[in-house]
Design a binder for this molecule. Structure first.
Ligand code: NAD
Ligand code: 6OD
Length: 482
């Protein structure tokens, strides 16, 4: 259901929610129309004029801390909801999605509490002086458009800082993953977050809740995570009314493995970055470049690692890989498996739908897949697939690998594996990305800037960068009397 002004709101239009492990229908979702989006935006505007807008920072922070505690009290419900919507293993969601989803509220409350603004003193021509200080105010009503791959984590990654800065939000979850956003509404009410501060409208993009929200003149800023082509549409919508926009978009990330790396760590990290969350992580690796001396050994070890992954249901503790999000996405990934062969790839492993037992048989499964042998011009090397697949290619020199790794329209993340410190810095600095990991992957300190270069994004969030987006920074200049 939609969550508007503290109430759960049904509509006349329902769409199906299917669980990707079996593709069975597990619920019906009330699609918000223009009227519900209008009501949600109006509720958010009213909240800013009401108790939320005048609430002292200390009280706001208390409420956000209570929110974290209540999410943790209801941890198992959030876990159940997230795994039902996405099919991801509980071992993964209990480790990353739900705890990180909760902690996003705490970290940004701490940042708002602790980060000062600037101060300058200036002499004036008449022999006196003035002082200047920065003063932050909320940007207003923020529209938050979310993807399906890490639904709760990526939603709270925006809602956490937005509320900490004193804004009100209208969230549009992905149509694939409606549950945790709605559940969070119950928690908001329980801890006493004022009505209208957090609103959720469900539905699709074009001619549905997504478009109604992003084109709504009552929304002051838009923050989006999803595909680059959707981000471009949202950027156009934001141009009406000159509204600020933050875009976290697609990637085609390269890992670079030098022969001097810790081999086992590079294999473990690359397996994770290619196959975690069934390859549906924006930061995930789809292109692996390996120095020629260790190429054959690396490919062989990756094959063993991929074939040891256990595909299964979220509840099974042995499961370490789930399904793709939907039949539509499964078909997209399988079309790239077919294309890889047409483009001349050698299939090291995978490439097909695995035989799954019982009710899992009709789920959205794809085997972990590794290819070699493709030219750099292949579409499989250039386009984001967002599935459990990677291509491994050899290289001979640092210059050559930098050229290849950077030769892509996306620029989100990279993982560099080497024990040569100078090379690690050199390569990290030359990679055209927003995030460069050395000897690691997806290690996230929430105080650091996060975002994409090139067509992977516009702007940075995280730490003080989130304050830049979610507040208006005003300069107050006071001339002091003699
Ligand atoms: P998507 O772009 O299809 O959908 C994202 C959201 O936008 C959904 O809520 C959708 O309903 C909405 N939407 C679609 N069309 C819209 C429109 N015309 N107007 C308004 N809203 C609209 O993305 P997805 O398939 O949910 O997510 C996968 C993509 O997200 C991948 O490309 C992945 O790389 C990217 N992603 C990026 C990051 C990052 O931090 N850079 C993180 C996660 C996912
Ligand atoms: O860790 C985060 O905060 C973050 N935004 C991760 C994004 C993952 C993309 O799929």
């Amino acid at each position: 259901m939609n969550f508007i002004n503290g109430d759960f709101v049904a509509t006349g239009n329902w769409f199906e929610n299917r669980t990707p492990t079996s593709n069975m229908v597990i619920g019906q979702v009330a699609e918000a129309g223009k009227a519900e989006v209008d009501a949600a935006v109006a509720a958010a505007r009213a909240a800013l004029k009401g108790p939320w807008g005048s609430m002292p920072l200390a009280r706001r922070i208390e409420l956000l801390e209570a929110l974290v505690a209540e999410i943790n009290n209801r941890f198992d419900e959030f876990l159940e909801a997230e795994c039902a919507d996405t099919g991801k293993p509980k071992s993964l969601a209990s480790h990353i999605d739900i705890p990180r989803g909760a902690v996003n509220f705490k970290v940004f409350a701490d940042i708002v509490k602790n980060v000062p603004t600037e101060f300058f003193e200036m002499a004036t021509p008449d022999g006196m002086f003035c002082i200047n200080y920065g003063y932050r105010t909320p940007v207003g009503v923020v529209g938050v458009i979310c993807p399906w791959n890490l639904p709760f984590l990526l939603m709270t990654w925006k809602v956490g800082p937005a509320l900490a800065c004193g804004n009100a939000v209208v969230v549009k979850p992905s149509e694939e993953t409606p549950r945790t956003a709605t559940l969070l509404g119950e928690v908001m009410n329980k801890v006493g977050i004022p009505k209208g501060v957090y609103n959720v409208v469900h539905g699709f993009g074009p001619n549905s809740a997504g478009e109604f929200l992003t084109s709504h003149p009552g929304v002051d800023a838009l923050t989006f995570t999803g595909e680059t082509r959707t981000g471009e549409i949202i950027m156009k919508a934001a141009a009406n009314g000159s509204r600020p926009v933050s875009l976290e978009m697609g990637g085609k990330n390269a890992a670079i493995v030098f022969a001097d790396c810790d081999f086992d760590a590079a294999i473990e990290g690359t397996l994770r970055s290619a196959f975690a969350n069934c390859g549906q992580v924006c930061l995930g690796t789809e292109r692996v470049y390996v120095e020629r001396q260790i190429f054959d050994k690396f490919v062989a070890a990756m094959k063993v690692g991929a074939e040891n992954l256990k595909l299964g249901a979220p509840d099974d503790p042995a499961t370490n890989m789930g399904p793709l999000i939907s039949k539509e996405h499964q078909n997209k990934v399988l079309s790239y498996c077919k294309l890889a062969i047409e483009e001349g790839a050698t299939v090291v492993t995978g490439g097909c739908v695995p035989d799954m037992p019982g009710e899992l048989k009709d789920g959205c499964w794809v085997q972990p897949t590794i290819w070699t042998g493709l030219p750099e011009t292949a579409r499989v090397i250039k386009e984001e697939i967002f599935g459990p697949c990677c291509h491994i290619a050899p290289f001979d020199t640092e210059e050559e690998v930098l050229e290849k790794a950077n030769d892509n329209k996306y620029g989100l993340a990279t993982a560099i594996w080497t024990n040569n410190v100078s090379r690690a810095h050199r390569v990290a600095q030359k990679m055209e990305v927003g995030i460069a990991w050395v000897n690691s992957w997806f290690l996230r300190d929430l105080r650091t800037p996060f975002g994409g270069a090139k067509q992977s994004g516009i702007g940075r969030e995280g730490g003080v960068h989130s304050l830049e987006f979610y507040t208006e920074l005003k300069n107050v200049c006071i001339k002091l009397q003699a």
